[in-house]
Design a protein around this ligand. Structure first.
Ligand code: SF4
Length: 163
């Protein structure tokens, strides 16, 4: 399976969620958070007058001369976003395009924050290890056991896991 930005971010958010999503148990279309994310995304696209750029199976928000830019509505999962952007930088590099990553957080309360990151030798090796681990995980015959955490309350799979 070709790993996209959603799958790699779920690896860091919740491995049960990763398995459920990868195995097509998709309950997320009705989640309010997912809908808000989509709307914010559309607004941001209109502001920048640029549509997403699609490379293989990943959608990139924006590319400038120096940066690949990812827009986010919250900084609640910074590790997941970091690896998502590193995956995009890796996919670009495979096409012969070298960029740094820029994550622009635009939160609901109008707070904004920017983070810059680079794909270096060390995190590229780690990325390849993570991609292998994701492949193994989604090929498991059943999902890893659910563990309740605060974030579960907002997760589209909450009912599946706990009710
Ligand atoms: S409800 Fe919690 S354990 Fe279940 S998939 Fe969502 S985040 Fe993971």
């Amino acid at each position: 399976m070709s790993i996209n930005g959603t799958l790699i971010s779920y690896y860091f958010i919740c491995k049960t969620k990763l398995w459920l999503h990868a195995n097509r148990l998709n309950l997320e279309d009705n989640s309010e958070d997912v809908r808000i994310g989509k709307v914010l995304h559309e607004i941001q696209e209109q502001k920048t007058k640029k549509a997403e750029i699609k490379i293989d199976n990943v959608k990139i928000d924006k590319i400038t001369k120096e940066y690949l830019v990812e827009f986010k509505k919250s900084d609640s999962d910074p590790e997941a976003v970091k690896w998502q952007v590193l995956l995009y930088l890796y996919k670009l590099k495979q096409k012969g395009i070298d960029r740094k990553g820029k994550i622009d957080y635009h939160e609901k309360n109008h707070n904004t924050k920017t983070e810059i990151l680079e794909l270096d030798e060390q995190n590229e090796k780690e990325l390849l290890r993570v991609l292998e681990a994701i492949e193994s995980l989604i090929n498991l015959p059943k999902p890893p056991a659910s563990k309740f955490e605060n974030k579960c309350k907002k997760c589209a799979y909450y009912e599946y896991c706990f009710i």
